[in-house]
Design a protein around this ligand. Structure first.
Ligand SMILES: Nc1nc2c(c(=O)[nH]1)N[C@H]1C(S)=C(S)[C@@H](COP(=O)(O)O)O[C@H]1N2
Ligand SMILES: [Mo]
Length: 324
């Protein structure tokens, strides 16, 4: 009997499955029964920690910086309550409701390693880093590969300023970001089929692009844990998974970094991951996006609408899989 199967791009948006949808299958195929048993008991322990005693919510501090009017999002802001309660942060769970679990994130002391091909590798404290940076507010559109979008007023500084501080060697061509991976704080770390730690990467040229931004706050406050406290990346012309949260290491290298999502499923999530409505995800269309906090669905724009700032970087990269 012939059964017609719908192609990925014919699936309506409401049926779009999360980035992790293949994992049920993958876990069964990949992990041995023994590994699963160990995981189950370990994650029970982790959840006792979070579920047993209520975790005190992380206190957010007021943080203000002048808005940079050059970057007009052209859309109303997503309500603060939505942007801080509908999140992807797999270290704390696979659902969008990770905000409570994320309150267990220990934010102080926080250090960031400046490593690899730099004049002198070192570790810098978060407070020390902030003293050297001048903060601004930028309203950016955020487009998740799962076909939803938000518009958020971030507070932070250009990634280029951190690159300059790190003094990379001329031979460095990529920047690799590694984020916190602490099984004591993060129940997701006990799921061994994920390629922890969460890593991401950019070319040096992308990292120096004026849009690439490191955020330490949103909506006039310090970053809540669920949004990647104390410091996370924003690369608004790329799918949201490139915007690594809770960064602990920035490494300069001449090798294209392997990223968390590419390591998990390279056929679906590549290194470049630039937004393009005309290139569907293998399991769903990227033509439109759902605006979180509204009932609106709007067309997705190539480069997420930031082409004037970024398209020229890719004119010589015609052989790369730029949009996956
Ligand atoms: N460390 C880490 N960073 C991460 C993720 C994650 O699971 N872990 N998820 C990514 C994805 S898929 C998206 S869409 C954005 C979500 O950011 P937001 O919750 O602040 O909107 O964070 C990205 N950064
Ligand atoms: Mo995402």
């Amino acid at each position: 009997m012939f059964i017609r199967r719908r192609r990925g791009w014919e699936i309506p948006e409401r049926e779009v499955t999360p980035e992790s949808a293949m994992l049920g299958r993958r876990a069964m195929l990949g992990a041995t029964a023994a590994a699963l048993t160990v995981t189950a008991s370990r994650s029970a322990g982790a959840w006792e920690l979070f579920g047993g005693a209520p975790v005190k919510p992380v206190a957010l501090l007021p943080l203000s910086a002048p808005r940079n009017a050059k970057y007009d999002a052209g859309r109303p802001l997503t309500p603060d309550s939505e942007a801080t309660s509908y999140n992807n942060f797999y270290e704390f769970g696979e659902s969008k409701s990770v905000a409570d679990a994320a309150q267990a994130l220990k934010l102080a002391p926080w250090t960031i390693e400046l490593a690899g091909m730099v004049k002198s590798p070192r570790t810098i404290g978060y407070d020390d880093l902030l003293k050297r940076m001048s903060l601004e507010e930028r309203v950016y559109r955020h487009r998740c590969v799962e076909a939803w979008a938000m518009t958020v007023p971030w507070i932070g500084f250009p990634l280029a300023d951190l690159v300059k501080l790190a003094e990379p060697l001329g031979s460095a061509t990529y920047v690799k970001f590694t984020t916190l991976a602490d099984p004591k704080q993060m129940p997701g770390l006990h799921k061994p089929w994920y390629p922890w730690p969460y890593t991401e990467g950019l070319t040096m040229q992308e990292a120096m692009n004026e849009l690439a931004f490191l955020s330490v706050g949103l909506y006039g406050k310090t970053l809540p844990p669920q949004n990647g406290a104390p410091i996370r990346l924003n690369v608004p012309w790329k799918y949201g998974f490139k915007s690594a949260k809770s960064i602990v290491r920035v490494e300069f290298t001449d090798q294209q970094p392997m990223t968390f999502w590419e390591g998990l499923q390279a056929s679906e999530y590549g290194f470049w991951a630039n937004v393009n409505p005309a290139v569907p995800h293998p399991r769903w269309s990227q033509a439109e996006e759902r605006l979180i906090g509204t009932d609106k669905v709007v067309p997705t724009e190539i480069w997420n609408g930031y082409g004037a700032f970024v398209a020229a970087m890719y004119s010589d990269k015609t052989k790369e899989r730029l949009f996956a």
